[in-house]
Design a protein around this ligand. Structure first.
Ligand SMILES: *Cc1c(COP(=O)(O)O)cnc(C)c1O
Length: 421
């Protein structure tokens, strides 16, 4: 029996209605930018497996580091104990994070990194003797699927059964040139009329909202107001972190630095799950006290797992290497050229690019998980390219090791698919 058939017996896949989507393509191996399935087909991983495997699948440099670490120290409790991979990772990561970031707190995935950030923000005010309970988030933001993360996410199509149990969140539109004054007013009004603890946002690119791009100068205006009112700012860089946007972190483009940054996905290079919530000294200081209860009593069993830390260290070393930096340049330029061409296509309504992220909107109406989405996905896969359209948006966020020939194969799959619509 094929893996695809055996899968159906006991497995329940994420974000899936199994009745309409019973089949899952069985991937047996992956190398560099390519996925291989059980029937011998190859697919270029045009979305780096949800933005994780950015240095290429099964990268030998990362494997060597991880294997060596596995033999030395697999895991140890991170309360009362520490270890070299965590210490080294903290030094390397703080060096590349925005300059106000000082402390790192570990968890296991993007959603928990957000929950940690929300709890940090709430307790920051609590420890300072203030009861602030409201969080402000951007419309159409996505921050994950745990309760805290889901509450701040604005893409609520599937949140129906849970909405009554959310934490207290208010939403503001993404600021742009047209609405900036209005959004500033609304934000200020929310802050003055309610006890607002934090503002959470995806800097520059809202990933799940179909790679919507906003301007650094506009979000900066909101951050300045937050800073003035001691509202903790939380940058969700889970998707944008580690080179996606043209710099190591999207927050580098924005003048006002966030108090807290959430990291996951490419953090551990797709090798093993890990997340980090980093914060400034100001946040940390509110927890540093003689009273034990002022500490942050949140902890995941696998916090600071040495193997995950070693994958993250190897990933940062690759990110900072000349090869990857040159490759980032090459891919950004390549996307720019493709953009110039494809935006003239009669089926294309708009295109946008931020660093490694390229997106185009089709001028065809469709539902987020409607039939056209399946048609597009199947068309790309039949051409050996894995792309997962979001609504009527097709986007590319390929591994940084994708070759020019492989990029061309992605572009060609898009061209040919658009011509069939
Ligand atoms: C993926 C993602 C998350 C959630 O991360 P998980 O690891 O899936 O829980 C949160 N925010 C953003 C911007 C993401 O892209």
């Amino acid at each position: 029996m094929s893996l695809q058939e055996r899968d159906k017996k006991h497995l329940w896949h994420p974000l899936t209605q199994h009745k309409s989507h019973p089949n899952h393509i069985a991937i047996t191996s992956a190398k560099g930018a390519v996925l291989y399935d059980e029937n011998g087909n190859e697919y270029i991983d045009g979305i780096a497996s949800w933005y994780t495997c950015v240095y290429g699948h099964s990268n030998p440099y990362i494997i060597d580091k991880v294997y060596a670490q596995m033999q030395r120290l697999d895991h140890v409790v991170f309360t009362g104990f520490t270890h070299k991979p965590a210490v080294e990772l903290s030094e390397k990561l703080i060096e590349i994070l925005p300059e106000n970031q000082e402390k790192l707190f570990f968890s296991d995935n993007g959603s928990t990194a957000i929950d940690v950030a929300i709890k940090m923000a709430l307790q920051f005010h609590f420890n300072n003797g203030e009861h602030r309970g409201k969080i402000i988030a951007l419309e159409n933001g996505f921050h994950g699927d745990t309760f805290g993360a889901m509450s701040v996410s604005g893409l609520s199509v599937y949140n129906g059964p849970f909405e009554d149990f959310f934490i207290d969140v208010a939403r503001i539109p993404v600021p742009n040139a047209e609405n900036l004054e209005e959004v500033k007013e609304l934000f200020t009004k929310l802050i003055t009329e309610h006890k607002v603890a934090a503002f959470v946002y995806e800097p520059l690119v809202q990933g799940a909202a179909a790679m919507q791009i906003h301007k650094a100068e506009h979000i900066n205006e909101i951050l300045k107001i937050a800073e003035k009112h001691n509202v903790v700012t939380i940058a969700d860089e889970i998707m944008t972190g580690f080179g996606k946007t043209g710099k190591n972190f999207a927050s580098e483009f924005i003048e006002t630095k966030p108090d807290i940054i959430c990291l996951s996905k490419a953090l551990s290079a797709g090798m093993v799950p890990m997340a980090i919530t980093s914060c400034s000294q100001k946040i940390y200081n509110a927890f540093y006290a003689d009273e034990i209860k002022k500490g942050f009593f949140h902890g995941h069993t696998y916090s600071g797992n040495p193997v995950a830390c070693s994958a993250a260290i190897a990933g940062i070393e690759l990110l900072c290497s000349e090869e990857i930096q040159a490759s980032l340049q090459r891919i950004e330029v390549s996307h720019k050229k493709f953009d110039q061409e494809i935006k003239k296509h009669p089926k294309v309504a708009a295109t946008r690019q931020q660093g490694q992220i390229f997106a185009l909107d089709l001028n065809i109406e469709m539902e987020r998980y409607g039939n056209l989405r399946d048609q597009l996905f199947n068309s790309f896969m039949s051409k050996g390219v894995c792309l997962r359209p979001l609504g009527n948006t097709i986007y590319i966020l390929a591994p940084y090791v994708t070759s020019d020939a492989q990029l061309e194969q992605i572009y060609q799959a898009i061209r040919e698919t658009l011509d069939t619509l």
